[in-house]
Design a protein around this ligand. Sequence first.
Ligand code: DQA
Length: 142
Amino acid sequence: KLVYVLNGPNLNRLGKREPSIYGSQSLDDIAALLTDRGRELGISVVMHQSNHEGALVDWLHEAEDSGAQAVLLNAGAYTHTSIALLDAIRSISVPVIEVHLSNPHTREEFRHTSWVGQAAKGTVAGFGAQSYVLALEAAARL
Ligand code: DQA
């Protein structure tokens, strides 16, 4: 089993970026958590990060073409702006699980709209790095 984990803008700065909101773990730390849990679940994890919207679109298509079982997508701020990501999710049949470290609904109003969420299978938000692990566990059961 294969799961793609896609991360959007500014998530390369995780650990240093607003740690009171996003925690002190880096994206590499999260990759290690997912690789370990994936091994227990029999899932290979492919993880990518980009600050560019189109790269995320390309990786969503690639996930489908690679036969991935699911995609975990933390699109960062593109969550709230990107119709291209919404359309990309709709253009593939592999289920996409929306992931956030924080809970956007408890934050500024502009974070309350999620275009990604309108096409996602489900959403895990608000549990810090554990949001990713919980989403991987959900992916394992799909
Ligand atoms: C985020 C929430 C978004 O609103 C924000 O733009 C991010 C990170 C999260 O993981 O909590 O970049 O996706």
